[in-house]
Design a protein around this ligand. Structure first.
Ligand code: FAD
Length: 482
């Protein structure tokens, strides 16, 4: 048994994105609460904390270069924001209006759909996005029996079987591949949208399952809820969250611009070698960097040979216009049907969703580019990307003005693709590592969810598990990811 009054322990958190910052914050909070003799060190490779959460504030504009909003059906962000005293900074949009671009046509996604799947029939039947035969085929979801296939399978195949080809091509595919920057035929049902499988198994139909969940008070793991009121953002931009976390980390040593280069066992501890030629000996480690970066850190062959998670390179392109040049379009979001020849995968008219992010009279338009099979565009020069996007805008919105400013933010290998069999591969990676290093945990967007709430959950969860390993800590989370 460890005598917590005597034995000082040290935990390193590698990676200062939202996952690592949350893990460090949770460690600090629990150590204070339970008087654990714990030292925490957070090691971040770049010169700034926050990882993909990056807000640019300039001339009255608030521009998020990475994630710009979040959906928080389980209140995970809200709970953290409360602890950080920034809950009043969370703003909810009430006017999201999503369209799909099919060639030159813009069609509104019917009201009351989740991921394109209708939860009310009237708006769906009135929509012109899908033909009558496509609508009839989609409602066959209500009678098609659950599939007998065991184990993980393709998300695309699953939705095609239940809703038919036309409905998937016109609605589900553009929305889902816009969110995951991936190919729905390659993505894992189990790891991206397990709720769909649950609805099928428990209710005999995805539509019925969703309708039921909408009515019940306990929301599920919705990733894309269209035309609902729960898309949220921080008033000062997404960095509000990471700045507040950083400010709170007063009992944590923070190393910036320092990269962990290798991890090796050293007696009963773990040795981290840093790129500044120094080493740190620790009792526990939370590795909150993408998996493809993790495997390189170890000498052990069995870790180096672990299959990593493929990641797509994407970019956000933020353009600022005079607002009157964009008056003709009354939606807030546009997703692209895969068969259409546009450069972007989705566009958000940010100033309409969040009027406080731009001075009056200005429009802020955020375009996402890059997805499976189409990442070359991200490597074009800024001016070539801008030119391609302006051609798209001309076709879709009749826009013929140049932007006042364009900001291109490239995110190399940043969008993990949870392909079929992902959960098993993650389990294998975690098990392999834990056998060699019992006090090491992996957390972040390569594993159990890419959204901000899911990264926060993983950060807390991994910290909780390590505290259990090192102290007589009672686990706070019962539903394990492992
Ligand atoms: C363009 C874009 C838009 C997105 N939009 C949304 C959205 O609207 N809503 C949403 O919920 N999610 C969104 N996401 C997903 C979400 O932003 C990410 O999944 C999440 O921020 C990942 O956080 P993380 O802490 O796990 O990883 P990261 O933010 O990648 O942090 C990892 C950190 O580790 C550091 N690091 C790496 N190697 C080392 C090393 N060897 N030593 C020390 N440090 C190291 C890196 O510098 C980095 O700071 C988006 C992602 C992208 C790329």
């Amino acid at each position: 048994m460890i005598d917590v009054t005597e034995q000082k322990r040290k935990i390193a958190v590698i990676g200062g994105g939202i996952t690592g910052l949350t893990a460090a914050f949770y460690l600090q909070e629990q150590a204070r609460l339970h008087h654990y003799p714990l030292e925490i060190v957070l090691i971040e490779g770049s010169h700034r904390l926050g990882g993909k959460l990056q807000t640019l504030r300039k001339d009255g504009f608030i521009i998020d270069r990475g994630p710009s909003s979040f959906r928080d059906p389980k209140g995970i962000v809200a709970q953290l924001a409360k602890q950080l005293n920034i809950e009043d900074e969370i703003v909810t949009t009430t006017n999201a209006k999503t369209f799909i671009a099919i060639d030159k046509d813009l069609q509104q996604v019917p009201q009351n759909t989740i991921m394109g799947i209708p939860t009310k029939f009237k708006p769906f039947m009135a929509s012109e996005l899908v033909s009558w035969s496509g609508k009839v085929r989609a409602t066959a979801d209500l009678i098609i029996p659950p599939s007998k296939v065991d184990g993980d399978r393709s998300l695309g195949k699953f939705v095609r079987r239940r809703f038919g080809e036309e409905f998937v091509q016109s609605l589900i595919e553009p929305l889902l591949s816009g969110v995951y920057s991936g190919d729905i035929d390659e993505l894992s049902l189990q790891s991206t949208l397990p709720s769909l499988l649950r609805y099928e198994q428990q209710r005999g139909s995805v539509i019925r399952g969703m309708r039921h969940e909408m009515k019940s008070s306990e929301p599920g793991d919705f990733t894309v809820r269209h035309n609902s009121k729960n898309v949220q953002k921080f008033r000062g931009g997404m960095s509000t969250l990471t700045h507040a976390l950083t400010d709170e980390l007063t009992d944590c040593e923070i190393l910036k611009s320092v990269k962990v280069q290798s991890i090796t066992p050293f007696q009963d501890k773990t040795c981290l070698s840093l790129n500044n030629k120094s080493t740190i000996l620790v009792d526990g480690v939370i590795v909150a960097t993408p998996l493809h970066m993790v495997t390189n850190l170890f000498e052990e062959e069995e870790v180096r040979q672990l299959q990593t998670v493929p990641c797509n390179t994407v970019a956000t392109v933020t353009m600022i216009f005079k607002e009157d040049s964009l008056q003709s379009f009354d939606g807030t979001d546009v997703y692209i049907s895969r068969n259409s020849d546009y450069s972007f995968t989705s566009v958000t008219f940010e100033h309409k969703k969040w009027p406080f992010i731009a001075p009056e009279g200005y429009a802020v338009v955020n375009c996402y580019i890059g997805r499976t099979g189409d990442t070359a565009i991200v490597d074009l020069s800024d001016s070539e990307i801008e030119k391609a996007l302006l051609e798209d805008f001309q076709q879709l919105f009749g826009l013929d003005q140049l932007p006042l400013e364009t900001i291109v933010s490239r995110w190399k290998d940043s969008m993990p693709q949870y392909t079929i069999g992902h959960a098993d591969r993650v389990k294998k990676a975690k098990d392999t590592l834990r056998k060699l290093y019992p006090t090491m945990r992996l957390a972040g967007n390569s594993y159990n969810g890419i959204s901000i709430p899911k990264c926060i959950k993983q950060g807390k969860h991994s910290a909780d598990q390590l505290l259990c390993e090192l102290f007589e800590h009672t686990p706070q989370f019962t539903n394990s990811f492992d």
